[in-house]
Ligand binder design. Structure first.
Ligand SMILES: Nc1ncnc2c1ncn2[C@@H]1O[C@H](COP(=O)(O)OP(=O)(O)OP(=O)(O)O)[C@@H](O)[C@H]1O
Ligand SMILES: [Mg+2]
Length: 500
């Protein structure tokens, strides 16, 4: 791709970006949130048309005006946002637009399911072809998305943050697949904010910043400090900001909580002004606990106390009323209104602050928006920009800001830095540190162990729906956490309780 330019109303997303991909290499595309990574690969994938520049494949200029054109040219893209249709089955999603037909020109569902089963089996994922995609976990949906892209037998495969919600095991599996494809001469463009992954799997790295090409480096010969400096245009110091204080009174106590499904006898205490980390493998039940505490999912047993008083939480409104806020894991699916403006999305939970009856205080609304856009460094051309048009990382910041605006006393963050760039991560850590110093208490679910270790006062580790350990900050290591995360939860009788 040579000298590609792309203009959106109010934003020049790509000013002049070039990218060279070789056969059989994994090439990382690295840059801050909003740098233009997804835009560039959407041009390659036929979703957007560039305003200038050219695409050459094996030296020949090609015109890619549609997704079908991209497929014809051997290009397959796994997009950052899941684009599966939730109401359709796994097989229907994989074969969407190229369904096998019966002699009577109707869709041959039998054949489709058979073919899909063949592909799914070869990946040993235990996903049924006739299951509705909406019923799968986010990680499973992401795997279906990956499998779908692979099923095109593309020569150029693009992955835009493919691992954002995968477990270690699935990431290992994906990397195995990538190595096989490489050996077969497939060229892979790989986008991720996880530097460790880039070191593991990529051969070269191209950095872009604010829609400009900055440079291309051999991964093996380049340190992450240099890459970060290329990305953000300066050295980044004080990555983790954290001032630790003395332990204070409990603000939230959960005792013996069960949900009748996965969770068994969950008890923990959150103290005022602390960050309580929640670690564990994907599927350990961390998000499920928080959904119960926040009133999204019902509990079958157990009690919750807020500031010493027994709390009845049967809906998110109840939780909000008690000063609890939850920033969910899947911002896109559970939270963002992509058709609405940045301002709408950001002020959604604090309408009372600027609406009195039929009077809307527009200045107040804009002021709230400005505060958080500035504090979180949200990159948007205006407050009225449609939220779905922001880059993936900036969409996440909008959703986090929405909950911060409620000024919660207890803030639950589920994977707060997933998909955000290093600069924004540092900003989010700084904000978290400020909040706890102001006396807010934070629960942080995170799969990024360095983040858990550096930011938490204490860490609760979950496994198989139970708590295995509560680790103090002193002597916290990745190994200690992983050991607890793979251990069976607390000697509880887990078999006897379940009859399904
Ligand atoms: N459809 C659109 N309409 C208007 N602006 C857009 C659109 N898509 C992207 N943009 C803008 O273009 C810029 C680049 O966005 P892009 O999604 O390519 O960033 P990115 O590098 O993928 O970031 P992230 O790491 O957050 O995913 C951003 O400023 C974004 O707001
Ligand atoms: Mg993106």
């Amino acid at each position: 791709m040579n000298h590609v330019k792309k203009v959106f109303p109010g934003v020049q997303a790509l000013k002049d970006v070039s990218l060279e991909l070789r056969a059989g290499e994994v090439h990382a595309l690295l840059g801050e949130n909003g740098a233009g990574k997804s835009t560039l690969i959407k041009i390659l994938g036929g979703i957007y048309t560039a305003n200038a520049g050219e695409i050459r494949i094996h030296g020949k200029p090609v015109a890619i005006g549609s997704v079908q054109d991209a497929h014809k040219n051997g290009i397959s893209v796994i997009h950052q946002e899941l684009v599966l249709v939730p109401r359709m089955t796994v097989a229907e999603n994989i074969f969407l637009g190229r369904e096998p037909e019966t002699p009577r020109k109707t869709v041959d569902f039998k054949k489709m399911n058979r073919e899909a089963a063949k592909i799914l089996d070869s990946f040993e994922l235990g996903i049924e072809p006739d299951k509705e995609v909406g019923a799968l976990t986010i990680a499973q949906q992401q795997m279906v998305e990956i499998i779908k892209a692979l099923s095109f037998n593309a020569k150029i495969l693009v992955m835009d943050e493919p691992t954002s919600s995968l477990s270690e095991k699935d990431v290992g599996f994906l990397f195995g697949t990538i190595r096989k494809l490489k050996a077969n001469g497939v060229g892979i463009i790989y986008i991720s904010h996880r530097m460790r992954e880039l070191e593991q799997i990529t051969d070269r790295i191209t950095v872009i910043r604010d829609g400009e090409y900055i440079g291309t480096r051999d991964t093996a010969a380049t340190g992450s400090d240099e890459l970060i400096a290329m990305m953000v245009g300066r050295q980044l110091t004080n990555y983790y900001t954290r001032t630790f204080g003395e332990p204070r009174d409990p603000v939230l106590e959960v005792r013996g909580l069960s949900d009748g499904k996965l969770l068994k006898d969950i008890s923990f205490t959150l103290r005022k002004g602390e960050i309580l980390g929640f670690a564990g493998l994907v599927g350990a039940g961390r998000s499920e606990v928080m959904k119960c505490v926040f009133g999204i999912d019902p509990i079958t047993r157990g009690e919750i106390f807020v500031e010493g008083k027994k709390a009845v939480i049967t809906s998110p409104e109840d939780a909000l009323g008690l000063g609890i806020a939850l920033v969910p894991e899947s911002r896109k699916l559970e939270a963002l209104f992509p058709e609405q403006s940045v301002m709408f999305n950001l002020t959604l939970k604090v309408l009372g602050a600027f609406i009195r009856g039929v009077f809307v205080d527009f200045e107040k609304e804009a002021a709230i928006t400005r505060d958080y856009v500035e504090a979180m460094g949200i990159k948007t051309p205006s407050y009225t920009q449609v939220a779905g048009n922001l880059s993936g990382g900036n969409q996440q910041k909008v959703v986090i800001a929405r909950w911060l605006a409620t000024k919660p006393r207890i803030l639950i963050l589920d994977e707060p830095t997933r998909g955000v760039d290093v600069g924004a991560k540092a900003e989010i850590y700084g904000i978290m540190n400020n909040l706890v110093q102001e006396g807010v208490s934070i629960i942080m679910i995170s799969s990024e162990l360095p983040e858990v270790i550096n930011m938490s006062d204490r860490v609760i580790v979950m496994s198989g729906g139970g708590i295995t350990e509560c680790l103090p900050r002193e002597g916290l290591t990745q190994e200690a956490i992983m050991r607890c995360a793979t251990r069976h939860a607390g000697g509880m009788n887990t078999e006897g309780e379940h009859h399904d």
